[in-house]
Design a protein. Structure first.
Length: 342
C-alpha cells in the first residue's frame, strides 16, 4: 500500500483540513468509475477523445470528458491539445490482468462502500456493517459468490502487494522444514517465502472455494512440487506437524471468541518447538498515525474484526495458550508477531 506511515503536516487552517479530508472520497469514486468503465483498457492501444470513448462505455460524452479531465489532473491520464486522452503509468496499472491486481483492488471496493454506509450501526452495536447491508457475514457471502471471491483474492494481493517480499526478507525461515500458511488464499505469501528460502516445504490451507485457484497460481510460480494444498476451515482444525504456522491478516478479520477458536486449533496442531507467526499491522500506542488505524475502521465495518497493538496481541495470545516472544518489523506496514505454545 502507498498509505504514508505518518500523517501529513498541514499549513492549512483546521476547517480547510476538514474540507480536504472530506474531498478525499472523490478520487476513490472516480478511480472506481475508471476501472468499471474499463477506460485504461480502452486507451491501451493509443489516445482517444471522450467522444470516441462514449459509445464504447455507454456514457454521455460531455460528462465523460469532465470525468477524464479530472482523472488526468490526478495523474491517471494526460490530455493533449486535441482533447485526446492517453494513459499514464498510474492509470496503466488499472488495466485488466496486470500483476499488481490493482483493478481488482479498486472494483472490490464496493464491499467496503456498502459496509461503510452502515458505519454508525457498527459503532452503536459493534456488529458488521457488511452483514447489515448484505444480510450474511462477509466470508459466508464470498463463499456463495465465486466471482466476487475471485475478485477479493485479487484485491488482497493488490492491497498487500509489498508485504510478502518484506516478510520473506525480515524473518529467517531457512531453519524450518515445513511452513503452514493458514488461511493463505491462493498462496501468494507462501510462494514468496519459499522462493526466498529454498529448503522448507509448504502447506497451503484455506477453504475449498478459496484454494481452487491455487494450483494454477503455484504452477505459474514454479512451486507446485514444494507446496501441498489442503482444504478446510481453521474453525475446525488446521494441518498438524509444521514447524511454523503463518496467519497473514487472519486474526484481524474475526471477533475475540473466533480468534481464540482459530488460535486454539493452531496450538493443538503445533509441536512444542513450533512457531506461530501473525502477519498484521501492529498499531502504535497513543495518537501516532498509522495506516493500520484506518484499516481498523474497515475491519469494524466489513468483517467485524479489529487491528491491535502489541500489548493487545500479547493479551490475546496469552489467553489462547501462547507466549508472545517478539514483534519483528518489516520494510512494509506489517510486522510479524512471533509466539510459541506455553
Amino acid at each position: 500500500m502507498s498509505t504514508p506511515a505518518t500523517a501529513p503536516v498541514h499549513a492549512l487552517p483546521p476547517e480547510a483540513q476538514i474540507a480536504e479530508m472530506l474531498m478525499g472520497q472523490l478520487p476513490a469514486r472516480l478511480i472506481n468509475l475508471a476501472a468499471t468503465l474499463k477506460l485504461p483498457d480502452l486507451l491501451s492501444d493509443g489516445p482517444r477523445t471522450a467522444e470516441e470513448l462514449a459509445p464504447l462505455t455507454g456514457t454521455h460524452a460531455p460528462s465523460l470528458y469532465r470525468v477524464m479531465r479530472t482523472l488526468a489532473s490526478l495523474g491517471l491520464f494526460t490530455e493533449d491539445d486535441g482533447h485526446r486522452f492517453a494513459l499514464r503509468p498510474l492509470g496503466a496499472v488499472l488495466k485488466s490482468g496486470t500483476p499488481s491486481h490493482a483493478a481488482a483492488m479498486v472494483l472490490g471496493g464496493e464491499i467496503c462502500t456498502r459496509s461503510f454506509d452502515h458505519l454508525l450501526y457498527s459503532v452503536r452495536t459493534g456488529k458488521s456493517g457488511f452483514e447489515k447491508s448484505f444480510g450474511v457475514p462477509t466470508f459466508e457471502w464470498l463463499a456463495a459468490n465465486p466471482e466476487q471471491a475471485s475478485l477479493f483474492n485479487g484485491t488482497m494481493i493488490g492491497f498487500h502487494g509489498r508485504e510478502p517480499l518484506a516478510i520473506a526478507a525480515a524473518y529467517d525461515f531457512s531453519g524450518f522444514e515445513t511452513i503452514a500458511d493458514v488461511g493463505g488464499s491462493t498462496g501468494n505469501l507462501l510462494a514468496t517465502v519459499l522462493s526466498h528460502h529454498p529448503a522448507p516445504r509448504g502447506i497451503l490451507f484455506d477453504l475449498p472455494h478459496v484454494v481452487a485457484e491455487a494450483p494454477a497460481f503455484l504452477a505459474q510460480r514454479g512451486l507446485s512440487e514444494r507446496i501441498r494444498i489442503e482444504a478446510g476451515s481453521f474453525f475446525d482444525s488446521v494441518p498438524a506437524g509444521a514447524d511454523a504456522y503463518i496467519l497473514s491478516h487472519i486474526i484481524h478479520d474475526w471477533n475475540h471468541e473466533q480468534c481464540l477458536a482459530i488460535l486454539n486449533n493452531c496450538r493443538r496442531a503445533m509441536g512444542p518447538n513450533a512457531r506461530l507467526l501473525l502477519a498484521e499491522m501492529v498499531l502504535p500506542e497513543g495518537d501516532t498515525f498509522h495506516a493500520g488505524k484506518m484499516l481498523d475502521m474497515i475491519m469494524l465495518a466489513v468483517p467485524g474484526g479489529e487491528e491491535r497493538t502489541a500489548s493487545e496481541y500479547n493479551t490475546l495470545l496469552d489467553e489462547a495458550g501462547f507466549r508472545m516472544s517478539r514483534v519483528v518489523p518489516t520494510e512494509s506496514l506489517v510486522s510479524l508477531v512471533e509466539a510459541v505454545p506455553r
